[in-house]
Design a protein around this ligand. Structure first.
Ligand SMILES: Cc1ncc(COP(=O)(O)O)c(C=O)c1O
Length: 386
């Protein structure tokens, strides 16, 4: 492991790099300053509306600069052995977390869901076209099915947005599916499907199992042998470090238990990577993550994830003392709660929280995405209205 570069030093390097490329801020269009101010405002400890980390891991900006300077295209991987090595090192770490042997970086969770169902469809020997996923799954599953000509059937969930496994069992008995998509962290409330039981069921019908862990994947950085052994049995899994692991977009990972073609050739026109969604891609997908990992080690991610989740739990407990209404905490950093309609609209407009629909009801939603988001700062904003 390298000696950690102090963050202040990283910022100094960044300024030097910036000075070399963009000259004087005053020479940029006037609204550049407004853009910076907008970004700064969204970085405070009470901004929790979305799954967008407002405070990035410490070396991310430097990593983005490095990526911008490098510009290598991994469609011609042989030209960039150093970049390829950084990609492999980062993927090896991720593969060891999820116990899945093949992985590639991608542009986001929506692409991973499409990639998974594409791979499932092309490997199915029975011409099946039905896909089961929970009612609370991300809308990109429906989009992917539409693109691929598959038929999506939604399975009922309980009041924590967890798929009802008996309903899945009935559906599988009725019509064995091509694929079952399980969600580890639903977009609205962080609902967690019963991964073990659903995997077993899908195994009996020989169906592809894809785990959409775009949000919940960060829990795999904790010491969770049980999660790893579950993910190791899935056919594919998607995870977004650009949501819950403090990375800039785009930084997403698609894992598979089945071989994915590698792009090692310079002659990609002759030897096209036909089974990967991304065309040109390179350092922008992973160099910030790689640099953070090199400088800070996995332990940093584990600790920040623990703290982020602890802040979410604290917020849920404090909120429960202020309201008799629903407070739903599924344990992975998203809290949904009820409040009189319209009462908190100003906070929605300020980016403090968001509105959502949970089991047919309007709720407010707070997402602990950044390691700088604080329970007490959020409670202070909410208290006058509750
Ligand atoms: C569970 C889940 N899957 C997929 C996605 C889509 O991810 P992306 O925005 O990276 O395409 C989201 C986004 O919120 C999500 O919550």
């Amino acid at each position: 492991m390298n000696q950690p570069l102090p963050v202040s030093e990283a910022n100094r390097l960044l300024q030097q790099l910036f000075a070399g490329s963009a000259a004087d801020l005053n020479l940029l269009p006037a609204n550049s300053q407004a853009l910076l101010e907008e970004a700064e405002q969204q970085r405070s400890a009470d901004q929790a509306a979305h799954m967008t980390p407002r405070r990035l891991a410490p070396y991310s900006l430097l990593g983005m600069q490095l990526a911008g300077l490098h510009q290598g295209n991994l469609l011609s991987a042989a030209l960039y052995p150093e970049l390829k090595q950084a990609e492999s090192d980062t993927l090896d770490w991720l593969k060891s977390l999820f116990y899945l042997p093949y992985a590639q970086f991608s542009h986001g969770g929506s692409y991973n869901n499409l990639q998974a169902l594409w791979q499932a469809r092309d490997q199915d020997g029975h011409n099946r076209s039905t896909v089961y996923a929970s009612q609370a799954c991300h809308y990109s599953i429906a989009k992917a099915c539409r693109i691929l000509g598959l038929e999506l059937q939604l399975i009922e969930t309980d009041d924590r947005e967890q798929m009802l496994v008996d309903e899945l069992a009935k559906a599988c008995a009725d019509k064995p599916p091509l694929a079952v998509v399980l969600t580890a962290g639903t977009p609205v409330s962080g609902g967690w499907d019963p991964l073990d039981e659903a995997l077993e069921l899908a195994g009996q019908t020989g169906s592809w199992v894809h785990i959409d862990a775009a949000w919940g994947g960060a829990l795999w950085t904790l010491e969770t042998a049980s999660l790893r052994s579950v993910s190791g049995q899935a056919d594919s899994l998607g995870f977004d470090p650009h949501k819950a692991l403090f990375q800039p977009r785009p930084c997403s990972v698609y894992f598979s238990r089945h071989e994915l073609s590698a792009t090692q050739e310079t002659a990609y026109l002759r030897d096209a990577p036909k089974d990967r969604l991304a065309g040109s891609h390179g350092a922008e997908l992973f160099l910030p993550l790689w640099l953070n990992l090199q400088m800070l080690g996995q332990q940093w991610f584990t600790e920040q994830t623990r703290q982020r989740l602890a802040q979410a739990d604290l917020f849920a407990r404090q909120l429960s003392q202020l309201t008799d209404g629903l407070v739903l905490n599924n344990g992975n950093g998203i809290i949904c709660f009820s409040a009189p309609v319209g009462a908190l609209q100003n906070l929605v407009a300020d980016g403090v929280l968001s509105c959502a629909r949970l089991n047919g009801q309007n709720v407010y939603r707070v997402v602990f995405t950044s390691y700088s988001t604080r329970a007490d700062a959020l409670i202070a904003r909410l208290r006058p209205f509750l």
